[in-house]
Ligand binder design. Structure first.
Ligand SMILES: *Cc1c(COP(=O)(O)O)cnc(C)c1O
Length: 355
């Protein structure tokens, strides 16, 4: 009958019942794409796969959490929801709120939201306010307001967000027929690494998989509080979706890292942008810059000899958001098309085809 969204697909793993109004845009069921070129850059025994979460309805994995958060808000009688956002949470909250009839209020850091994400929040009818401050400050305001007024917080502090997002781990295992050996993921507010780790553990408890992956998280170097073991008061990175200096799920990200014998490391903006172009130009997969942090991190670890396997291993890189979210970045780093006269001769002069 086709895919009806992740709540229907994974109902028995989720805190929903017959009375939960399922607010869905048929999110989830994103492809796990083999990446032959990037695999070969690591070593001949590596199979690297891309979990392309940019193919969710609003273009990021946030939809997995939002279908749960909004469905539960509806069930619990909420009239309004609120979030702080680096962009994708607001795009998703706005879309699911529009569908459910809830009012949606969004606080964003002024000037720090990619164009596509802002357009989404606005067109779906959210009330969007830009604060003269950063994401961490916006989240503090939202926490205080939602603690004191009848408005439901839909940031990843909302446990239903994590519940929905854990289904991506289920899908990875369902696609591979087992857990991957390594799971690489960008880390911002650290809800998603928390969610994947929860998902893998629940699948193991239910005997769907026999092993757990090693969790490899990557932060942007200018915004790496978990790596540096200190809050970053003025985070800086072109990867706006992970530009967060005081992650809400800091502790549970460390748990995922330590319990899986994994690591959380930093990648520079240059490394992120190199991986961003590599994905687009060798694998045909366009992601937003933050998403490329997972691939940048794997390539960086490979260079240090981290993957010493003589037998085949599977690595899954989570690609969190679509490239069209942030078109300005692509345009800024690639040479613009040249304007020529509209003649065959002028075209041939430029493209130099062999006869
Ligand atoms: C939200 C987001 C992240 C960071 O996820 P966290 O759960 O905050 O760690 C990474 N990439 C993209 C595209 C995002 O939208």
């Amino acid at each position: 009958m086709g895919w009806k969204g992740l709540i229907e697909e994974y109902r028995k793993f989720l805190p929903v019942d017959q009375n939960t109004p399922v607010i869905t845009l048929n999110e989830g069921n994103t492809p796990l794409i083999f990446a032959p070129k990037i695999s070969a850059l690591i070593n001949e025994n590596v199979n690297l796969f891309l979990k392309y979460e940019g193919l969710n309805p609003t273009g990021s994995f946030k939809d997995r959490g939002m279908t749960m958060a909004i469905s539960k808000a509806k069930q619990n009688g909420a009239k309004a929801v609120m979030c702080a956002s680096t962009g994708n949470t607001s795009a998703s909250a706005a879309a699911y709120s529009a569908r459910s009839g809830l009012k949606c209020i969004v606080l964003i850091p002024k000037g720090a939201i990619a164009l596509g994400k802002l357009a989404q929040a606005l067109i779906h009818g959210a009330e969007v306010l830009a604060i003269d401050g950063n994401f961490d400050q916006a989240l503090e305001l939202v926490k205080e307001i939602t603690d004191n007024y009848p408005v439901t917080l839909v940031n990843s502090l909302n446990p239903f967000r994590i519940e929905g997002q854990k289904t991506a781990a289920f899908e990875v295992c369902d696609s591979l027929g087992k857990a991957p050996d390594y799971l690489a993921i960008p880390v911002g507010n650290a809800g998603n690494i928390t969610a994947y780790w929860k998902g893998f553990n629940e699948y193991k408890q239910n005997n769907k998989i026999s092993n757990l992956p090693v969790m490899l998280g990557f932060q942007a170097a200018g915004s790496a509080p978990i790596v540096n073991k200190a809050i970053v008061t003025d985070p800086k990175t072109i990867a706006t979706a992970i530009k967060i200096g005081n992650p809400a799920s800091w502790k549970s990200a460390e748990t995922a890292r330590d319990d899986s014998q994994g690591l959380i490391e930093a990648v520079t903006d240059d490394e992120i942008l190199a991986a961003y172009q590599l994905l687009a130009q060798t694998e045909g997969v366009f992601v937003e810059p933050a998403s490329a942090a997972s691939v940048a991190g794997i390539l960086k670890l490979a260079k240090t000899g981290y993957f010493k396997n003589n037998t085949p291993i599977n690595i899954v890189c989570v690609l969190t958001g679509h490239g069209l979210k942030d078109p300005d970045r692509a345009i800024a780093i690639i040479k613009q098309p040249e304007v020529i006269s509209p003649t065959v001769a002028a075209v041939l002069e430029k493209i130099k085809l062999d006869k």
